[in-house]
Design a protein. Structure first.
Length: 240
């Protein structure tokens, strides 16, 4: 609550790069200290949430600009600002729910996110850079309605592409999990194979020992027959 309250205060400064950086760092810290996941996963998800936030805000901003004659109107018109906040956060909530639908419940022994998190996070980082440029364009340049429409379409495409990146991240995680399960099965098979080799070797040595025992008993029995010792003959016969 304290972190997002500070973010709200920074929003009043209208410094896009500062708001974006603070939002990313805040989510990074929350994910790092309140959740059990690797730093690579923390990096990806913090960048990803920033993309969703920027994409949803700019998409709604350009839509309102088409309706009210300028995407920058929210800076001077309080009702438009309120509408922007409500609908952009609703779109942000909706996109995060869609991503949750794409997600799978992570097991306790979830493998490390691996290099895919860094790679896909870098793609999301480049998306953030493009969205920031679009935001500064709204604040510094008087855009034509046609340009605002194109930018709205571009922001929406970037938002959808970020969801596609998240789907790719989930797919790579699923592959990592399947690969880990396959490695565990191979290890189990290898352990079982080594165990059966030990049993086979033990069985062969046991057969050799039994064969030697039979030979010794036969020899003892023959000696007993030569000496006409019937008790030994009877005892050895019982053993055989």
């Amino acid at each position: 609550v304290l972190g997002y309250f500070l973010g709200f205060l920074l929003f009043n400064l209208s410094i896009v790069w500062l708001n974006t950086t603070f939002f990313t760092v805040l989510n990074f810290l929350l994910l790092k200290f309140l959740y059990s996941c690797s730093w690579k996963s923390v990096f990806f998800h913090s960048i990803f949430l920033t993309c969703l936030m920027l994409g949803s805000e700019l998409t709604v901003e350009f839509i309102l600009g088409m309706l009210f004659g300028g995407a920058e109107k929210y800076r001077t018109n309080l009702p438009i600002l309120v509408i922007l906040c409500v609908f952009s956060k609703f779109l942000y909530f909706l996109t995060t729910k869609i991503c949750l639908r794409l997600s799978h419940k992570s097991p306790a022994d979830m493998p490390d996110a691996g290099p895919s998190a860094i790679l896909l996070g870098s793609f999301s980082f480049s998306t953030i850079f493009i969205l920031i440029i679009m935001a500064y364009s709204v604040m510094t340049i008087r855009l034509t309605p046609r340009m605002e429409t194109l930018m709205m379409i571009g922001a929406l495409i970037l938002l959808l592409s970020d969801i596609a990146i998240y789907a790719g991240y989930q797919y790579s995680q699923r592959l990592n999990r399947q690969n880990l399960e396959l490695q565990l099965m191979q290890q189990k098979d290898q352990t079982a194979d080594e165990y059966f080799h030990v049993l086979e070797d033990q069985y062969e040595r046991q057969q050799v020992l039994l064969h030697d025992l039979r030979r010794h008993l036969t020899a003892i029995k023959e000696f007993a027959l030569e000496n006409e010792d019937q008790q030994v003959v009877h005892y050895v016969s019982n053993l055989q």
